[in-house]
Write a protein that binds this ligand. Structure first.
Ligand code: NAD
Length: 526
């Protein structure tokens, strides 16, 4: 029984998951044996093939995953119209019923979790642990946002009375149609997280997955259908920038939820702001996440956590650790531990549980890596890695060595830009406060980590680090590993906009607008 198996999270790295991974192996084999299919969009409750077809291939081996349909402006227009038609009834549905339906979505996802994880693994190139962890996170996300709706009694509350016969209440109400635009790297958890936030609040949704992630996008739509969501409440449109831009340009979209790069997020914000009226844009973007290893740290724990956060999912997490500052006194000790662990990582097609790193998503990422390694070799010193693997299974995709670099100047672009690659820059420091100030001196503010047993050092880190998610002394990841209701995930500075993040208590209200209702119950109305 699946339910008797342990649940993979990003934190429980010491658990024996062999039985879970055996189940996942079976699902992967089934998926590999099945023929690639044509995947329609879902518009107004009907599976729809209008639009230009395109192919998606697995980054693991280049095999065809399926054919998908790019929704152009006409198809996006129909999806928005269907959502608009459905949203009035959905908003009027008692919130308890919406919660009950979404809890059914979580149940259906849990029932299909191995098949969804297999699809995610194949389209993104995730390891077994990353793929299972993401689907478990997705299940918890739906449940957590439903819990939040219940904890807040549907976000309705009485207000104070100005006079005895006047009654005022405060209600949070949905906006209408939300466009949900998802990045490639966590297509299940982030897709379902955003759509649950919008739906539980009473909005209808047009979901646009990443063009790399149409398989899991289709899964999300089918799970909502299977759970019994009314037609038009959740619509699916596949495609890339053209489809996304058509959503951004559509005047009947009442709000946007976007997770992705800073460049695209900023473009969407500016496009929406230039429109005829202001609409909510809930945006989470990239990161340049530092960690700090002090002289009081347990260096084995620090090396393990830094390695995992830099190279897990091939460095393609918004929370990936991309630079580490190490107290000069322990620099050499830490470095050899880090290099030793990194050299032992298995980099291969992630079709066996022991593989830690699969391929990066595409050749563009491989090109960015080559350029970064060239610059690192010229302006610093590559301590480990720096090359693309080739020969045998490695020719099927872009398999990159995890790369550790030192000696780059603090202001070097490789220490400032989000690279989204298995690439880690290491710098020694003399004063922790200076290291933290330099770690903060980037566009982003998503996550940061520290390793210290000295309380004063920990306090300094917690007080000064400019990021929405802070971690200390974790072997499972220096800067990675958020979980619904456990670690909230808010992008500060260039990593976000709202000042309120996902996975926490302030997420769902962002999908609603406030209304106060004052009623005179009797008397003259004065
Ligand atoms: P991306 O910005 O390239 O694409 C994100 C989504 O936007 C995709 O669905 C894409 O098709 C769509 N898109 C592209 N152009 C568009 C346009 N003009 N209008 C509307 N939509 C458009 O990002 P990606 O490469 O898929 O994902 C990686 C990025 O996402 C990284 O920067 C990463 O840090 C970030 N990310 C952030 C978080 C977070 O929680 N802060 C989580 C995961 C990923």
């Amino acid at each position: 029984m699946a339910s008797s198996l342990p649940r993979v999270t990003y934190s429980n790295i010491g658990v024996d998951f062999s039985a879970v991974f055996a189940r996942l192996s079976t699902s992967i084999e089934t998926a590999l044996a099945a023929p690639a299919e044509l995947h329609p969009n879902l518009i107004g409750g009907a599976w729809d093939l209008a639009g230009t077809q395109y192919e998606a291939r697995s980054p693991i081996d280049g095999k065809l995953l399926g054919r998908f349909v790019e929704a152009g402006p006409a198809e996006v227009g129909r999806a928005v119209a269907a959502a608009r038609q459905a949203c009035r009834g959905w908003a009027a549905t008692p919130w308890q019923e919406r919660v009950a339906l979404l809890r059914r979505v979580a149940e259906r996802l849990e029932a299909h979790k191995f098949a969804v994880a297999a699809a995610c693994l194949r389209e993104v190139g995730k390891s077994f642990g990353e793929a299972m962890g993401e689907v478990e996170e997705a299940v918890d996300l739906v449940r957590y946002y439903c819990d939040e709706m219940e904890r807040n009694d549907g976000f309705r509350r009485p207000l104070q009375r100005a006079v005895a016969i006047e009654e005022t209440s405060d209600v949070l109400r949905p906006y209408g149609v939300f466009a949900v635009i998802v990045p490639f790297n966590f297509p299940v958890a982030l897709g379902i997280g955003m759509l649950t936030g919008a739906l539980v609040a009473g909005n209808a949704v047009v979901l646009k997955p990443s063009p790399f992630a149409g398989l899991t996008g289709g899964w999300l739509a089918r799970l909502c259908e299977e759970a019994g969501l009314p037609a038009g409440v959740l619509n699916l449109v596949c495609g890339g920038a053209v489809t996304g831009q058509a959503l951004v340009d559509h005047p009947d979209v009442a709000g946007y939820a976007f997770i992705g790069s800073h460049a695209v997020g900023t473009k969407i914000l500016r496009s929406v702001a230039a429109g005829p009226f202001n609409r909510p844009v809930i945006i989470e973007m990239g990161g340049k996440n530092p960690s700090y290893v002090t002289a009081s740290a347990d260096l084995d724990v620090a090396a393990e956590g830094v390695m995992r956060s830099a190279f897990g999912l091939q460095g393609q997490k918004c929370s990936s650790g991309s630079k580490v500052y190490v107290a000069r006194a322990v620099y050499d000790d830490f470095m050899w531990r880090l290099v030793e662990r990194t050299a032992a990582l298995k980099i291969a097609p992630p079709l066996q549980p022991e593989v830690f790193m699969g391929p990066v998503i595409d050749e563009n990422a491989a090109m960015r890596y080559r350029k970064a390694c060239e610059e690192a070799g010229r302006d610093g010193k590559i301590r480990f890695g720096g090359t693309r693997l080739s020969g045998g299974v490695h020719d099927g995709g872009a398999y990159l060595q995890p790369t550790i670099v030192e000696g780059l100047a603090p202001g070097h672009r490789l220490n400032k830009d989000e690279l989204f690659l298995p690439f880690l820059s290491v710098q020694p420091y003399d004063r922790l406060e200076d290291a933290i100030a330099d770690g903060n001196d980037v566009l982003y503010g998503l996550t940061a980590g520290a390793y210290a047993t000295d309380e004063a050092e920990l306090e300094l880190f917690l007080d000064r680090a400019e990021a929405g998610a802070l971690y200390a002394n974790r072997a499972s990841g220096a800067t990675t590993g958020a979980w619904p209701g456990v670690q909230t995930f808010c992008g500060w500075k260039g990593s976000g906009v709202a000042g309120k993040g996902g996975l926490g208590p302030y997420y769902v209200p962002q999908f609603m607008r406030e209304q106060s209702r004052t009623i005179m119950r009797s008397g003259s109305g004065k």
